[in-house]
Design a protein. Structure first.
Ligand SMILES: *Cc1c(COP(=O)(O)O)cnc(C)c1O
Length: 361
């Protein structure tokens, strides 16, 4: 454990140490069956039990109503950018998208292959430093759904409350799923790549209201149809077994921490510690507007790019890794997902104070 660093990476991201230890042992010999999870049939009773338990924990922690299906898919969150419109749009059909960052923009690009897309809000001209207030966006009449990204990983903004609308809500929650409590039943479809807040890369969770399964046009490929996977319990083909197993262990860990309410409190405290540091000086400047600040990804700048480069190098040398901002924003970014320990935030804050003292602007 002594060689582990504080990993602020935006994704794939840090995992709980006790999960890694458990998984390391399960890779070699799962529960004494004489082989590891990666080597066993996805139809073995051991793996079927892993899958069932993972889904059960997700349903319990998120309070997912029975009328929603939970799917374990591959292709990353990015494949949902086209699967959503492929299944829910079609010729002559419309959807409204909120353009709050790079991931939203990519989803808009894909959706245009399948239907008519209206952008109901965009903060692109403001460098994506904010998400809309509730009254600030428009849902175009006749839209099949309203699409948004709950947490903008790259720019460090997050919806503090979700859109209230009669239109079906579709949300990319890749970087804040399970970080806070919300009501699943106000959504039609939620998806998340696992590698930020849920587990390793390789599995993407889709939570879909069951009446939407029949909306897909007839002429789409079998593998890209939600109903295919829903009907077969995500076993139409080989699922990402190992990634599902690790995700299940992360969910067990989360339940042990006290579940979503407990982790939400911890997440708030971690983020507050860093934002308080940023707000206490003009040396550091947060990228996001205050009302749009993310508790998961905190993007900030120093007085000059030279100081930023020095900050990143010196912090890495101190075991504070992954603080370089995304190339589209520059500067620094600290990602504080569920599994990131509070003590790592305290270390970062201490380093920031020291760095400012030794490197005046
Ligand atoms: C990382 C990320 C994605 C892309 O995920 P992939 O699994 O790499 O395709 C999409 N949306 C959001 C919000 C993300 O943070």
């Amino acid at each position: 454990m002594s060689t582990r660093i504080y990993n602020f990476s935006p994704g794939p991201a840090t995992l709980p140490y006790e999960v890694l230890e458990q998984v390391a042992s399960d890779i070699v010999d799962y529960h004494g069956v004489g082989m590891g999870v990666m080597e066993m049939s996805h139809r073995s009773k051991e793996f079927m039990a892993i899958m069932a338990k993972t889904e059960e924990l997700l349903r319990e922690l998120m309070e997912i109503p029975d009328r929603y299906k939970v799917l374990f898919l591959q292709g990353g969150a990015s494949s949902q950018f086209f699967m959503v419109p492929m299944n829910l749009l079609g010729p002559g059909k419309k959807a409204t998208y909120l353009n709050t960052g790079t991931w939203a923009k990519k989803a808009i690009h894909e959706a245009r292959f399948f239907g008519e897309v209206t952008v109901g809000f965009s903060s692109e001209e403001q460098h994506f430093k904010r998400v809309p207030d509730p009254a600030e966006y428009q849902v175009s009449p006749g839209s099949e759904y309203l699409y948004f990204v709950s947490n903008n990983t790259i720019f460090g903004t997050q919806f503090q409350s979700f859109p209230q609308t009669d239109t079906l809500l579709v949300c990319d929650m890749s970087s804040d799923i399970l970080s806070r409590r919300f009501d699943v039943s106000s959504f039609g479809l939620i998806f998340a790549g696992a590698q930020k807040n849920l587990g390793p890369a390789g599995v993407t969770i889709v939570i879909i209201r069951d009446d939407l399964l029949d909306r897909a046009p007839q002429n789409i490929p079998t593998m890209l149809r939600y109903k295919t996977h829903a009907d077969k319990g995500s076993m139409f083909n080989t699922p990402p077994c190992s990634a599902i197993h690790v995700t299940g262990e992360v969910l067990k860990w989360l339940k042990k921490q006290g579940g979503v309410d407990a982790i939400e409190q911890i997440n708030r405290e971690k983020a507050a510690a860093l934002y308080d540091m940023i707000d206490s000086t003009d040396y550091y400047r947060g990228h996001a507007e205050k009302g749009s600040r993310s508790a998961m990804n905190i993007a900030f700048n120093l007085p000059t790019p030279e100081l930023e480069a020095k900050f990143i190098a010196e912090s890495a040398a101190r075991g504070l890794s992954g603080l370089k901002g995304h190339r589209s924003v520059g500067g620094c970014r600290a990602s504080l997902y569920n599994a990131f320990p509070a003590i790592g935030v305290a270390e970062l804050v201490a380093f920031m104070k020291e760095f400012e003292m030794h490197n005046p602007a």
